[in-house]
Design a protein around this ligand. Structure first.
Ligand code: DX5
Ligand code: ZN
Length: 237
């Protein structure tokens, strides 16, 4: 008799280059250079929720046209509920909004349901000062939780290692509840920091300046993925 036991495939770390750090004068070329990533992270800033402006749905749609990667759209904007549909139309595969940008926890759940209803992954994000405890009982509504490891608003800042405590709390809650929520980390991720983030329990890693400043971006993305995979498998032993 054939042995039908199948071990679950080890999930490979997800690397999401952040287009914010790209040279926008050659966007198509820059996006093509990071095609070895898993998702493309798209940072939307409104000059109110964060003290910086980036771009909006039209540029997002342009980015969608020049990549086959899934778009991981990070909304650092006020009143995200008014905008999510525009980003879904622009080609987002996952829309992440900040819990600090909506009225309360009920509004977080409502917007997650709206996103799933629109056919995309529902993502929520927490700034460094926001704890994750309050959201542990709604993980079933959330496809992805983005832990900010810098203050949102700018690329190129230093990683805040103390944010890994939140990741450990989330990992324990997700595993205990058998949820499928992806833990993503954003800010200051590089070959120097990714292993610690992976060992703490992250599944997905945004990397902006560290990737785009490389001559060989494809090799660097592979290196990040290998470092994360090694740290994840060490953590499982
Ligand atoms: C910061 C953004 C990040 C940024 C990361 O507010 O959310 O996605 O692009 O940039 P690095 O990797 O340079 O910290
Ligand atoms: Zn981001």
């Amino acid at each position: 008799m054939t042995d039908m036991t199948v071990s679950p495939a080890p999930s490979s770390p997800i690397i999401a280059p952040s287009v914010l750090a790209a040279d926008f004068s050659q966007l198509g070329k820059e996006v093509a250079a990071v095609a070895g990533g898993d998702w493309l992270h798209v940072d939307i800033m409104d000059g109110h929720f964060v003290p910086n402006l980036s771009f909006g749905p039209d540029v997002t749609a342009t980015i969608k046209r020049v990549t086959d990667l899934e778009l991981d759209v990070h909304l650092m904007i006020e009143e995200p509920e008014k905008w999510v549909e525009r980003y879904v139309e622009a080609g987002a595969d996952c829309v992440i909004f900040h819990v600090e940008a909506v009225a309360d926890k009920d509004a977080v759940v409502a917007l997650c349901r709206t996103l799933r209803g629109l056919g995309v992954r529902a993502g929520i994000s927490v700034k460094p000062a926001t704890s994750v405890e309050e959201y542990l009982d709604i993980l079933g509504e959330v496809d992805l939780l983005l832990v900010m490891s810098v203050e949102p608003g700018f690329g190129g800042q230093s990683f805040m290692p103390e944010m890994l405590e939140k990741v450990k709390t989330l990992r324990a809650a997700i595993d205990a509840g058998q949820h499928s929520t992806v833990i993503e980390i954003d800010g200051g991720i590089s070959a120097d920091t990714i292993a610690d983030a992976a060992a703490a329990g992250c599944d997905a890693f945004v990397a902006g300046s560290a990737v785009f400043k490389q001559e060989d971006k494809a090799a660097y993305i592979d290196r990040l993925r290998s470092l994360a995979a090694a740290a994840q498998s060490q953590g499982q032993q």
